[in-house]
Design a protein around this ligand. Structure first.
Ligand code: CP3
Length: 347
């Protein structure tokens, strides 16, 4: 738990839902709620590069709170990126506007892989911890603050491929051709993630989410071999606050994850029906999701209808309303507000 002295929490709906306690209505937040659909974010984007925004605690704090002021969801998520961990492992990451992340020195040879070592990750990413502590103070207890990290498999995809990809063919090819070298990278990433999340919790994160955005690229057997062991080690060794695991596309693993991973909640993408998710997960797990992000482009009355229908189907308990993936950049702010307000008005 945190060593800091923070203002008392005024809205604990999100934490109660994570713990499985009873709630008056489901809490709501949106993945990527700080981002390009907000005009106030775009203004800062003109002045500072992506990693300047991430690495300056005052900017990260301001950006984290922008959606809280604008939309008043029930949780904040620290503005940062999953690719901070590869950076701390000496992978050079540039964020190219319109293209996304590009690595200057991706892992392409066995020697590259064996040169990866997780050493003092919290020290190398101290700006993230500073941003979390500052944001806890600035939020003044309005809503809880979520910390996060990428899952080892997803980080491996970027570190080997060197950029975003539809199928991460270079990463998978490396995995199958060099299993021992791949296992080494995944082991170091797992250690890095555990240290990083525990440091975020100590800095003030009140819940943490692990993003395995590319879990769905793996077959169920490959998921068992290459993704699940890291996830199990992370859930067993990150302590003190509830954890949410978002393994996008891994519908086939829901049952295993809910019974064996020990997480408080599972994030769901929009390809999974609420009924399927409830049937295939343990009773004690909270579910989070899973509004199709592109449905926020529908007319507002339809957004309201679809949001209500989603809650009807998940139920109001052990449930956190969210999108099934990050909000899209061209969503009108009013449409995002309609989503949040519909959840808050649900009865
Ligand atoms: O959710 C939030 O508001 C917190 C901030 C957050 C960002 N990235 C900020 C960001 C979080 C939680 C992430 C996680 C992240 N980053 C993931 C996992 C979630 C997911 O979407 O699957 C991944 C895969 C990344 C890597 C990443 N970062 C990519 C592929 C891109 C480019 C694509 C894009 O959306 O532009 C980013 C950039 C990024 N990270 C932006 C933001 C707000 C956009 C940068 C900009 O142009 O300003």
């Amino acid at each position: 738990m945190s060593k800091h002295n923070f203002p008392p929490l005024k809205n604990d709906l999100f934490l109660r839902a994570l713990k499985g306690e009873s709630v008056e209505r489901p809490p709501v937040w949106m993945m990527r709620q700080a981002g390009r659909y907000l005009p106030q974010y775009m203004k800062l984007r003109e002045k500072y590069t992506f990693f300047e925004r991430v690495e300056t605690p005052e900017l990260a704090c301001e950006i984290t709170i922008q959606p809280i002021d604008e939309l008043e969801p029930d949780a904040a998520i620290i503005f940062s990126d999953i690719l901070t961990v590869p950076q701390a492992l000496n992978i050079d990451v540039q964020m190219i506007p319109g293209k996304g992340p590009v690595m200057g020195n991706p892992i392409r040879k066995v020697d590259d892989a064996f040169s990866i070592f997780a050493e003092d990750i919290p020290g190398k990413l101290s700006h993230v911890m500073d941003a979390i502590t500052l944001t806890r103070h600035e939020l003044n207890g309005r809503v809880p603050l979520i910390g996060f990290a990428g899952a080892p498999w997803t980080l491996f995809c970027y570190m080997v491929q060197g950029e975003g990809s539809k199928n991460f063919d270079l990463a998978k090819s490396f995995l199958y051709q060099h299993p021992e070298a791949s296992r080494h990278v995944l082991k170091e990433l797992t250690k890095a993630t555990i240290d990083y999340l525990n440091a975020q919790i100590e800095a003030g994160a009140q819940a943490v989410q692990v993003f395995d955005s590319w879990a769905g690229l793996l077959s169920p057997d490959d998921f068992n071999e290459w993704a699940l062991p890291s996830l199990m080690e992370i859930t067993a060794n990150v302590k003190g606050v509830p954890m949410i695991l978002f393994a996008k596309g891994a519908w086939y693993a829901l049952e295993r994850l809910s019974y064996k991973s020990g997480v408080a909640a599972l994030g769901l993408d929009w390809t999974i029906s609420p009924e399927y998710a409830r049937t295939h997960t343990a009773d004690h797990v909270t579910l989070q999701g899973n509004f199709d992000p592109s449905h926020l482009l529908a007319p507002i009355p339809e957004i309201k209808l679809k949001t209500k229908r989603m809650i009807d189907r998940f139920g109001t308990q052990r449930y956190i309303a969210n999108l099934g993936h990050g909000i899209l950049p061209h969503v009108p702010v009013d449409h995002a507000r309609a989503f949040v307000d519909t959840v808050k008005g649900y009865s």
